[in-house]
Write a protein that binds this ligand. Structure first.
Ligand code: NAD
Ligand code: ZN
Length: 240
């Protein structure tokens, strides 16, 4: 895979989904160990659900936050961070709400679906960062209720991040890692690259609706797919 990556000469962005963090022990939504098999999304990840039962929704988010805080970045996260450092990758656009890209060392990370380690006040809009999962329903200093700072079903993606992502995908090759490519509009992002004559690589152990459009397909788990890349980067001194 490293040869393909090098051939792009830095004109490359990564689009990552829950699958990249599956190898760090964070469950995906749609896999067989997916969270959605035990909980129904409409019960938990919507604004209506939060209005109805903020305590239940916060319990679920605190549980997920704990999982994220105790998980470690895997070889795929680390390889992406090193590729960025070497000038071979411009950015990571992620649908993930975890912080594993940042903790692996990636600098340019665009979060399309928000962050699980943040909350946002429903009254004053202030964003707060959690060092540990909150117990119960957290309150802002203004007295307002704080919600998880993530994008729920039926909500718009953050405008600024989406614009940056579309722009990056229109001007670069895209490596799509661990996303089922069914959640819109993030799933259409690679099509911007295709339309502008750039290539799409897919890293996913399973076929997705995007697979048939890809120029290269790597049918491996993310951490396994990046093993060689990581080894080669770490060994090559005058890499590039
Ligand atoms: P998804 O759960 O819909 O699909 C996961 C994809 O990853 C599948 O295509 C699956 O084949 C693939 N996959 C499974 N294990 C893999 C592995 N080891 N390596 C590579 N690929 C693997 O995930 P999605 O498309 O990212 O769904 C988007 C929604 O899920 C987003 O809204 C996101 O916020 C949310 N989500 C995020 C996290 C997280 O932050 N880590 C976890 C669960 C869900
Ligand atoms: Zn407030």
């Amino acid at each position: 895979m490293l040869d393909i990556i090098k051939s792009f000469k830095g004109r490359l962005v990564a689009l990552t989904g829950a699958g990249i963090s599956a190898d760090s022990g964070i469950p995906t939504f749609r896999g067989k160990d997916g969270l959605w098999n035990r909980y129904r999304p409409e019960e938990l990840a919507t604004f209506e659900a939060f209005s109805r039962n903020p305590k239940l929704v916060w319990e679920w988010y605190s549980w997920r936050m704990e999982k994220v805080f105790t998980a470690k970045p895997n070889k795929a996260h680390i390889a992406l961070a090193l590729l960025e450092k070497k000038g071979l990758l411009k950015a990571v656009i992620t649908q993930n709400v975890d912080n594993l890209h940042e903790r692996a060392g990636s600098k340019n990370v665009i979060h399309l679906h928000g962050r699980i380690d943040e909350g946002r006040c429903l009254e004053c809009g202030k964003v707060i960062k959690f060092e540990e999962p909150p117990k119960g329903v957290p309150k802002c200093e203004c007295g307002g209720i704080i919600r998880p700072n993530v994008v729920w079903f039926g909500e718009m993606l953050p405008e600024k991040e989406l614009k940056i992502a579309v722009d990056l995908c229109s001007r670069n090759n895209v490596i799509v890692i661990g996303t089922s490519a069914v959640v819109q509009p993030a799933a259409s992002l690679p099509l911007f690259a295709k339309r502008s004559g750039y290539k799409i690589i897919e890293v996913n152990p399973n076929e997705t609706p995007l697979s048939s459009l890809c120029d290269y397909v790597v049918r491996k788990r993310a951490a396994e797919a990046f093993e060689d890349v990581l080894e080669a980067i770490s060994e090559e001194e005058d890499f590039q």
